[in-house]
Design a binder for this molecule. Structure first.
Ligand code: GDP
Length: 305
């Protein structure tokens, strides 16, 4: 992870450098605050972290780099909350009527964030874990989207269910994908949805319908996960757009993509706080194997450099 995070250690090197250059005065604290804000931690988390750092370093009575690093590590991990459940629901399950059903993962988010790529990479992770997977191309708005998904499907060796014409009803594709998943006895069905940002009502109607119809296909059982894909490089603006999706449909987890392309690793803390759900996976590149479960401890170690 460390090697693949762009300019990793931005937070750690910045802060440790400041804290260990002699007396820690108000200017130093201002600079530490700036470092945290620049890393996209967000103002609230930055204040919290500064308060606890100040307190603990005072109690510690030392600016020994190893001790300070440990305090910083613990405080960052606490902010990310290692207790949150980040496992994906990705196995077959029994519906109320006893039928064995696949876990359905609905992927939502703004175009360009890496949603389709993430579906492909996620299928790869699941196949490697010996899960059987079917993909559903419910982004029927962009003609190329289904082609792109199908390419990923054949790359990782799973079937892609797609509409037979452009502009078809996305919910119908979701339904067909679920049906196919059930027919094949698959463990997981991953549904890629359209990411155009219309108004909130339009988005709500569209995603709500995809979800409802997928659940109809599941004999009334609920979809297992609604994963919101967010591009780590887009900062506050991207987060604002992402929030519209989380308001339109109840999300269960976040996939943060393009973490390889930013030094602003603090964004993990910010998205979790602002959206109130855990980051479950992170994208670290464009390749097939560049998606990993999010591990707070490994991530913080990488941040600290
Ligand atoms: P969608 O419109 O949300 O479906 O986005 P795409 O899946 O088409 O991805 C948009 C671009 O982002 C593509 O060029 C991807 O290769 C790239 N991409 C996706 N995930 C990552 C990632 O984790 N890291 C990097 N560096 N690029 C990514």
């Amino acid at each position: 992870l460390r090697d693949r995070l762009a300019r990793s250690g931005a937070i750690g090197r910045g802060i440790l450098g400041l804290l260990t250059r002699g007396s820690v005065d108000e200017d130093t604290w201002d600079e530490i605050e700036e470092t945290l804000l620049l890393a996209d931690l967000g103002p609230d988390a930055t204040d919290e972290l500064l308060d606890s750092l100040r307190r603990r370093i005072q109690v510690l009575g030392t600016d020994d780099p190893a001790a300070v690093r440990e305090v910083l590590r613990e405080e960052l991990i606490a902010l990310i909350d290692p207790e949150l459940d980040r496992r994906l629901a990705a196995s077959r399950r029994d519906a109320a009527d006893g039928t064995e059903l696949p876990s359905v993962l609905l992927m939502v988010g703004v175009n360009g964030t890496g949603k389709t790529t993430t579906v492909g990479k996620l299928a790869r992770v699941l196949v490697a874990a010996e899960r059987s997977v079917v993909l559903g191309a419910a982004d029927t708005f962009r003609a190329a989207a289904a082609d792109q998904l199908e390419t990923w499907g054949s790359r990782v060796g799973v079937e892609t269910v797609r509409a037979d014409r452009d502009g078809a009803d996305p919910a119908a594709v979701a339904f067909d994908a679920v049906k196919e998943g059930i027919a094949q006895g698959s463990d997981v069905v991953i549904i890629d949805t359209a990411g155009r940002l219309q108004n909130k009502k339009g988005l709500m109607d569209e995603l709500g319908k995809v979800r409802r119809v997928a659940e109809k296909g599941l004999h009334g059982d609920t979809v297992a996960e609604v994963l919101l894909v967010i591009d780590a490089t887009t900062g506050q603006n991207g987060l604002q757009q992402a929030r519209v999706f989380s308001e339109a449909v109840q999300i269960t987890g976040i996939v943060l993509t393009k973490l390889d392309g930013t030094a602003k690793g603090g964004i993990v803390v910010k998205v979790q706080r602002e959206l109130g759900v855990p980051v479950k996976m992170v994208g670290l590149g464009e390749g097939m194997d560049d998606l990993t479960p999010f591990d707070p401890h490994g991530f913080v170690d990488a941040l600290l450099g």
